[in-house]
Write a protein that binds this ligand. Structure first.
Ligand code: GLC
Length: 482
């Protein structure tokens, strides 16, 4: 019998997504299906946001429509489905909650995702589909596990469902006022202890306590969140549940991120023949009015512009780096905190012939930058997994990263010994601007003075395996162990 796995989460690529969670929800299910085929039945459930295009909607089938109760509320729920890459996607339709311009950041997010989680459990009964594993991702899906254990498990059809809670970023925990416990979350006072932490309701904490397994998106992050430096205060909870915590490194969709078949970039290339990468650089320089020079190193940053991504370190040293390497060019793509958006705008103004700042988010442009650039900066303070460093490698752009979380697990430092050259990037240990500057300069130095060595490093980066292959096996082993 095929193992039935249901992924629950707030976003999924390519339907509606804003970040790494969406990438994983969009690529891991298909990878499991590709690897285990008949042995798994993989489905995904997400809200039907306004952002889902009409073209996609036209391919959907309405499976069921019913009413979901949440405390005193009676809310409409439509369940639509569509199949892609042999994975069934369910979309929970309620326009009052989900027909909005942004996915999150609304005052009633707690209520919206409580409704969503409740709808997921009701959907099982209406579709007569009970998964073997309910795999909930991040705080927005946390209540699906809590509801299963507190409200549904008495029903024998639900009783056998096992649960996995995956933490993509422990910073966001779903913290709410106690007044919402019964009125919004529809949870009785008998579960007060389960739901509360640090003087408020904490949905992530409750899911950690209830889940059969807790996973995070890299082995190193699984260790880090056991410590106060990284746990955002949940280390006490994780420590007492440590027997069920594990880390599995994310992969990326290597077909979507594939420089030898990418329609968003001007010239195709591969590890065997990288000549197209130079064309991508020249085309980029031309399009954005930078000096056209194949030998001018381009440094890139593609990131949310937030200090925990290390943007404060970058802004501390970048001018000095550019002054020391007069040929180098710099490109940034992203939005975020006002101070950093302003910093990069000003930088472009001060280095008009060398810097381009795109204060926006644009997937197609991001691929053009990955293809055009040589060096990719990602000095995060913490990074549960990080996908950009993997994408950069895939496009032959050498990452400079801080040794934390998934960055530590995916990027190995460049060095040479008797056995030859090693590594697929540059790394540094401490969250410190001078360490970032020193490693960035080392990368530029190698690029400028030892082109053959740099080319070999590019080759090692491009041939590192970032596919889901190995990790899909680990997920399957985790499901089997339940
Ligand atoms: C979150 C994390 C990021 C991770 C992604 C997917 O966005 O911040 O590090 O790669 O989730 O798991």
């Amino acid at each position: 019998m095929a193992k039935k796995i249901l992924f629950v989460g707030a976003e999924v690529m390519p339907f509606a997504a804003t970040g790494g969670l969406g990438d994983v929800m969009g690529s891991l299910p298909a990878a499991l299906k590709a690897k285990y085929d008949e042995d798994v039945d993989v489905r995904v459930v997400v809200p039907l946001y306004a952002a889902v295009s009409d073209t996609v909607r036209a391919q959907m089938t309405l499976e069921k429509a019913f009413t979901v109760q949440l405390a005193w509320r009676n809310q409409y729920c439509g369940v639509y489905s569509l199949v892609k890459d042999n994975v069934t996607f369910y979309f929970i339709d309620n326009e009052f909650y989900f027909k909005r311009d942004r996915l999150y950041g609304h005052g009633d997010d707690g209520e919206r995702y409580a409704y969503f989680c409740r709808a997921v459990l009701e959907m099982m009964d209406r579709l007569d589909y009970y998964p073997d594993v309910l795999h909930a991702n991040d705080w927005q899906a946390a209540l699906s596990i809590v509801y299963l254990k507190t409200k549904y498990a008495w029903n024998e059809k639900y009783a056998a469902i096992k649960t996995v809670f995956t933490i993509h970023n422990i910073e966001y925990q779903g913290q709410y006022d106690f007044a919402m416990l019964g009125d919004v979350f529809d949870i009785g006072a008998e579960h007060y202890t389960l739901m509360s932490y640090d003087g408020c309701i904490n949905l992530c904490k409750a899911a950690i306590e209830c889940a059969d397994k807790v996973s995070t998106v890299s082995p190193t992050y699984a260790h880090e969140i056991m410590t106060p430096t990284y746990s955002h205060r949940l280390h006490f909870i994780l420590a007492r549940n440590s027997h069920k915590v594990m880390g599995i490194l994310n992969g990326i969709d290597i077909d979507f991120y594939n420089p030898s078949a990418d329609t968003d970039i001007p010239a195709l290339y591969s590890a065997e023949d990288v000549s197209g990468k130079a064309e991508c650089k020249l085309a980029f320089q031309k399009e954005y009015c930078l000096p056209e020079a194949a030998d001018a190193p381009i440094i890139a940053v593609i990131s949310r512009l937030a200090s925990h991504k290390g943007i404060d370190l970058i802004s501390g040293v970048l001018r000095h780096v550019l002054d020391m390497h007069p040929k180098a060019q710099f490109v940034v793509l992203g939005t975020g905190e006002g101070q950093y958006e302003a910093y990069f705008r000003q930088l472009e103004n001060d280095y008009k012939d060398r810097v381009r700042s795109f204060i926006t988010y644009n997937r197609a442009l991001s691929k053009k930058i990955y293809a055009a650039a040589d060096i990719f900066l990602m000095p995060s303070r913490s990074e549960p997994c990080g996908l950009s460093q993997m994408i950069a490698c895939r496009y032959g752009t050498v990452p400079v990263v801080r040794e934390t979380g998934g960055l530590y697990d995916s990027i190995k430092p460049y060095f040479e010994d008797e056995a030859g050259p090693h590594g697929n990037g540059f790394t540094f240990a401490n969250y410190n601007a001078s360490e970032l500057e020193e490693r960035t300069s080392a990368a530029l130095y190698l690029y400028e003075k030892f082109p053959a060595k740099f080319a070999a490093l590019v080759n090692r980066a491009m041939t590192t395996d970032f596919s889901w292959d190995a990790s899909a096996v680990k997920y399957m082993e985790m499901y089997e162990s339940l």
